[in-house]
Design a protein around this ligand. Structure first.
Ligand SMILES: [Zn+2]
Length: 151
C-alpha cells in the first residue's frame, strides 16, 4: 500500500449524490453464529460514479463491534484502474442512548483495500479535519438517506 495524494488524483465528489443499491449477501458471524448481512451500492455525483460502498453488520453486534462501512472513492469506468481509487473505512456503532456514532478508522486492513478495487487506502488522520471529510460525510448522509436496507 502506498500513500495517496488525493488532490492530485481526483477532485472531491460533489453533491447532490444519488445512490444505486447493488448486491446483498447474508452469512453468519464467526464469533457467535448470528446472522450477518452485507449490502453494497454505488454513489453517483453529477459526473458519474463517485464511489462504491459496502455496509456489513451482524445482528446483536451493533453496540459492540459495530457495523463496517467501507467505501472506495475515485474514478470508475472504462480506462480506469485500481490506481485511480482509494479505500476509506468507517465503523457505525449504536450507542447506549440509541444514537449512532460514525467513526473513520484505518482503511488499510479492510477488504476494500485488497488492491483489486483500490490500490491505496486512507488512515483516519488522512481524512479527519481535511476537505475530504466534508465531502465524505455528505456522501455518507446520502447513503443513509437513500439506502433503506441498513440494520
Ligand atoms: Zn458474533
Amino acid at each position: 500500500m502506498k500513500d495517496v495524494k488525493i488532490t492530485a488524483m481526483n477532485p472531491y465528489p460533489l453533491p447532490p449524490f444519488t445512490i444505486e443499491k447493488t448486491n446483498e449477501t447474508r452469512g453468519h458471524c464467526e464469533c457467535c453464529g448470528r446472522d450477518n448481512r452485507s449490502v453494497a451500492g454505488l454513489v453517483f455525483d453529477r459526473d458519474g460514479a463517485a464511489a462504491a460502498y459496502w455496509m456489513h453488520w451482524t445482528d446483536g453486534h451493533l453496540t459492540d463491534t459495530g457495523a463496517n462501512l467501507d467505501l472506495v472513492l475515485g474514478k470508475w469506468g472504462n480506462g480506469t484502474t485500481s490506481a485511480d481509487r482509494y479505500a476509506v473505512a468507517l465503523v457505525h456503532r449504536q450507542q447506549e442512548d440509541g444514537t449512532p456514532a460514525l467513526m473513520v478508522i484505518d482503511g488499510h486492513e479492510r477488504p476494500a483495500a485488497n488492491g483489486l478495487l483500490a490500490s491505496s487506502a486512507l488512515s483516519r488522520t488522512d481524512v479527519i479535519g481535511t476537505p475530504l471529510a466534508t465531502h465524505l460525510f455528505a456522501m455518507i448522509d446520502a447513503i443513509y438517506e437513500q439506502d433503506g436496507r441498513f440494520f
